[in-house]
Design a protein around this ligand. Structure first.
Ligand code: COI
Length: 353
């Protein structure tokens, strides 16, 4: 398939510094269309603009849509790096299957992304804790009100120079364990990056915010007993020297940062285990003085230490995120690899050239 580039008549001014997440958008975006029987077509990089949708477009009624999130980093010599971009497109294809959408050609969208980033190089920030957040997404565009998989889709990549995801920057976040609402159940959509999962999380998130928490920690949807994830990040607990994270049993997102962190911990000779950790076990380890660290992992969240975890009337406070804590070591190592400050022994980085 041909990739065409339509140049913008006027370019925007790049802000001197970025502190927000996902609020500023660059000059261009990538877009392509899918029609059943024809496949993907009309791939182009085009000036960033509002997109006309038929009011009957399936995504607007039945939520058939998926997305991804990855980042580009610029170091002091101007080199731009992408972190595990293929893994994102591969996961997009797994999400696509789960909601009956067409897969994309990973080699082609990689090529399109690299062309887009080259064109937008001036938008990739280089200040510490900033990056160009990349949002690929696919939606059902067919105008049809019957409930079935659509026959037309649009795939986009948009770019947003961003700072840290949480308003408090890299300070530890406070999280409340959600024991009423559920995010996903086995056999549901939990492991796919679908729009519906995020819509399902909003009410609990808003109620948590009113109580002063950044996010909720989800428990399993059946027994409300086992730890799942936070919704914007996977979660890890350091208990008695060992890092524990829930296994991928179909209800949580298979995070690329989660997978990277597990590999990094093994490389650092820090014990790491994936098992169904119950909230009771977390509370018991806290009471026994063995809950050493809690941290989230995610593209947007990077490594986010949790300062306070609240479950019903139990408040667990963790205040030792010193330089030598596992969270801080992981943060430095991961961002070091992503920005090129330290060598990448895993082969995760793609240099844009
Ligand atoms: C990401 O980390 O890229 C995510 O998808 C979380 C996002 C919903 C902010």
């Amino acid at each position: 398939m041909q990739l065409t580039i339509e140049k913008a008549a006027v370019l925007k001014e790049v802000p001197m510094e970025v502190k927000s997440f996902g609020k500023i958008f660059t000059d261009y975006m990538f877009v392509m269309d899918y029609t059943e029987g024809e496949g993907w077509h009309d791939a182009k990089i085009t000036p960033y603009s509002a997109v006309p949708f038929d009011p009957a477009a399936c995504v607007l009624h039945y939520g058939q849509g998926i997305f991804e999130g990855l980042k580009a980093y610029k170091n002091s010599d101007g080199t731009i790096r992408l972190f595990r971009p293929r893994a994102n497109f591969e996961r997009l294809n797994r999400s696509a299957k789960r909601v009956c959408m067409p897969e994309v050609d990973v080699d082609f969208v990689m090529k399109a992304l690299i062309e887009l980033i080259k064109l937008e190089a001036r938008w990739v920030p280089s200040a510490p804790d900033t990056s160009l957040y990349i949002r690929p997404f696919m939606v059902a565009s067919e105008a049809y009100l019957g409930v079935r998989a659509a026959q037309q889709y649009k795939f986009f990549i948009i770019l947003s120079p961003s700072g840290p995801y949480y308003a408090k920057g890299l300070e530890p976040v406070d999280i409340i364990v959600e024991d009423y609402y559920v995010r996903a159940v086995r056999g549901g959509l939990g492991e796919a990056k679908t729009l519906a999962n995020y819509a399902a999380s909003l009410q609990a998130g808003e109620e948590a915010k009113l109580k002063g928490y950044s996010q909720v920690l989800w428990l399993d949807g059946v027994e409300k007993k086992y730890i799942e994830e936070v919704g914007t990040m996977n979660i890890m607990f350091k208990i008695d020297g060992k890092v524990i994270t829930p296994p991928l049993t179909g209800t949580i997102l298979p995070g690329i940062t989660r997978d990277s962190v597990i590999q990094m911990l093994k490389h650092m000779n820090i014990p790491v285990e994936e098992y169904r950790l119950s909230i009771d076990e977390v509370v018991k380890s806290y009471e026994a003085g063995k809950l050493e660290e809690i941290f989230g992992t995610g593209t947007a969240a990077v490594i986010s230490p949790v300062g306070k975890l609240v479950y019903q009337d139990k408040e667990m406070t963790i205040d030792h995120y010193a330089e030598d804590s596992v969270s801080m070591r992981l943060y430095k190592e991961l961002t070091g690899i992503q920005t090129g400050k330290i060598a990448d022994p895993f082969g995760w980085v793609t240099i844009v050239e």
